[in-house]
Each structure stands twice: as structure tokens, then as C-alpha cells.
Design a protein around this ligand. Structure first.
Ligand code: GDP
Ligand code: CA
Length: 329
């Protein structure tokens, strides 16, 4: 049988952990990852790509396992020195080892290489065992429209402001109401080289349990990508990041609310819709959602969806591939 070509649209932690299971389930498959770059941020003059790096470090064996992001064995001397100069932000934790990645990336971008080429170069060191593509070489930055926490209280409409996604997520811990999620620059962005080709050539397209709004939603916001996935001949199967009506980790419920979607496995499937999804996996605790999802024209199964270790995650990947085969047949 020829090598199976699998395309995965991924965010950070959820996407990376799923990919580790997928690689273990189908070691011979050719896996292309289309990574979210809407979380990217410029800090201290450096370009930081949190989701691409989480995938690269996780699959390359450099991740801080318990934390799920950043480098293992990290130290924070640079951060302390910056703080001694009074230079922040102090709420974004970049370690010394991680800094090196951002320095190399920024240097290459400055020399004129596109982000896709830079990512490929960084992956030469990490050997993630997948082809890691940024969704776009163009700058896209997710902003969140919030009630201004610093606005003076008073009569009239509350004042709102847009903040960078990282400020909302990391500094404010999604603790203020979000009214809109805006992928700034997405409309003008072009898919990175190889993205549309990989989708068109795929045997299976998977949505891992990544954030449906600010990870997969941002990838799909790049003009051409949603259309390519919807029009692909390959079956498209997703795995719910919502288990028992709550995100497994993080605050996906807050950004789902901002786009008017309930935090349930069925509502997330409905948000993607049958135009995009052919199959959807929900956790066994959400077995009651199967009927609703199938009524919406999406084939659905309830299976364990907790990525407790690589074996459990590999089993999830096998279920997703089996559902894809079922849809194809
Ligand atoms: P981020 O960019 O680091 O936020 O990561 P992603 O967007 O890739 O994934 C975040 C999502 O992964 C969250 O909405 C979590 O609910 C989900 N998630 C994390 N661990 C698990 C798990 O073990 N099982 C499932 N089903 N979802 C998970
Ligand atoms: Ca992310």
C-alpha cells in the first residue's frame, strides 16, 4: 500500500500531543501539519511563534512535558536580566533555551527568508518527523475585543479595546468577557507554499483536539484554506477538544462564547458544519451528543478522548482514521 498522506490542522498543545499519538499509530504515514500562526507575537524585537514551536519541541523531544509548552530543562537568566532593566512584558515567560529559537528565527526573517523556510530550517535540528508548514508566510495576529479592564467606571457604554490574543490569554487569563475574535491580517494573507497542495493531495484530513476558534479557526480564516478543505476529495475527521461540556485544559469555552458557540462537543461540530466535517469523534462521556451530530449530517462516534499518554492518544488517532475509512466507503 502506498504511504498514507495525512494533513493535520494544528494549534499548540492539543495539536502537538495528538500528533505524537498519530505518529505512533501510523509511523509510515506522510504527515503534513498546517500550523496556526495567529498566536505569533513580537517580543523584545523577536518573532515568537508559540504554536509552531510547541509542535516542533513536542515531536522533537525538547518540550517541557508537564507544562506542555516551552523547553525542558529551561533557565530564565535572560528574563531576569531584562526585568532588572525594567523591560517587560513580564507575563510572557521566555526561557533562555527558547530565546535561542526566536533569535535564529528573527535573524533568518531579517535576512529575507519566509517563515515557511525558517520553520523548515529550525526543524532540521528537531527532526519532528512531520512536515511542519505555517498556515501562511504573511503576518496574521489574532486580537480579542474585550471590555477595557483599565477604563474608568462610569455611566454610558463600557469602553472596549482590542488586545493581542496573548495578552488576553496569558496576561488576563481569559478573565474578562471577549466580544469578538479578530484574525488581523488574515483577509490579505496567502496560504504558505505547499499548504493547498498538501490538502489537495491528502488521503485524510484531521482536526486534532485543538482550539476550534483561535487555532483551527484561524488556520481556516486564511483565504483558500477553508475552501480547499471543504473541496478536498479526502475525508475530513475531527476530534472534540470539549469533553463533558468543558475544555480539557485552557479556556476554549471563553473564545467559543465570543463567537456564539456553546461549549459542547455537538456545538463545536455544528460550528465547523457538515460542509467541512465528514466525521467527528466525541468522548464517551458525551455519547448523548452522537445523535445530534449525526442529525447534522456528520458521522459521529463516542470513544475515549483523553490524551493521558501516547498509547491512549494513538488509540484516538486510530479511531479517527477508522472513521475516515468508514466515511470514504
Ligand atoms: P494551544 O494552542 O496550546 O491552546 O493548543 P490547541 O489549540 O492545539 O489545543 C487546545 C485544546 O486542546 C483545548 O481546547 C483543550 O480542551 C484541548 N485538549 C487538551 N488536552 C486534551 C485531551 O486530552 N483530550 C481532548 N479531547 N482535548 C484536549
Ligand atoms: Ca495556540
Amino acid at each position: 500500500m502506498p504511504t498514507q498522506r495525512i494533513v493535520v490542522l494544528a494549534g499548540g498543545i492539543g495539536g502537538a500531543r495528538f500528533l505524537r499519538g498519530l505518529k505512533s499509530a501510523v509511523p509510515d504515514a506522510g504527515i503534513t501539519v498546517i500550523g496556526n500562526t495567529g498566536d505569533d507575537i513580537h517580543l523584545f524585537g523577536l518573532k515568537v511563534c508559540p504554536d509552531l514551536d510547541t509542535v516542533m519541541y513536542t515531536l522533537g523531544g525538547g518540550i517541557h512535558e508537564e507544562q506542555g509548552w516551552g523547553r525542558a530543562g529551561e533557565s530564565f537568566a535572560v528574563k531576569e536580566e531584562l526585568a532588572a532593566y525594567g523591560v517587560g512584558p513580564e507575563w510572557f515567560g521566555l526561557g533562555d533555551r527558547d530565546f535561542a529559537t526566536h533569535i535564529v528565527r528573527t535573524q533568518m526573517l531579517g535576512a529575507g527568508y519566509p517563515l515557511s523556510a525558517v520553520t523548515e530550517a529550525l526543524c532540521e535540528r528537531w527532526q519532528p518527523g512531520v512536515r511542519l508548514l505555517p498556515m501562511s508566510d504573511d503576518r496574521v495576529e489574532t486580537h480579542v475585543l474585550i471590555d477595557d479592564p483599565d477604563a474608568a467606571a462610569g455611566p454610558g457604554a463600557p469602553s472596549r479595546k482590542a488586545v493581542h490574543f496573548q495578552e488576553y490569554w496569558v496576561r488576563l487569563r481569559a478573565g474578562v468577557p471577549a466580544h469578538a475574535i479578530i484574525p488581523v491580517g488574515a483577509e490579505q494573507a496567502k496560504p504558505a507554499p505547499g499548504v493547498l497542495e498538501a490538502i489537495a493531495a491528502a488521503d485524510v484530513i484531521l482536526f486534532p483536539p485543538s482550539n476550534p476558534v483561535v487555532s483551527i479557526g484561524t488556520v481556516l480564516a486564511v483565504p483558500g484554506i477553508r475552501e480547499a478543505v471543504a473541496g478536498a476529495s479526502a475525508p475530513v475527521v475531527g476530534l472534540s477538544p470539549i469533553v463533558g461540556d468543558a475544555p480539557v485544559r485552557g479556556m476554549a469555552d471563553k473564545v467559543l462564547a465570543a463567537v456564539g458557540v456553546e461549549s459542547t462537543a455537538a456545538a463545536v461540530a455544528g460550528h465547523y458544519g457538515s460542509g467541512l466535517l465528514d466525521g467527528w469523534l466525541v468522548d464517551t462521556v458525551d455519547a448523548g451528543a452522537v445523535e445530534t451530530v449525526e442529525a447534522a449530517g456528520i458521522r459521529c462516534r463516542a470513544v475515549p478522548l483523553m490524551m493521558t499518554d501516547t498509547e491512549a492518544t494513538a488509540a484516538m488517532a486510530r479511531e479517527a482514521l477508522a472513521l475516515a475509512e468508514e466515511v470514504r466507503a
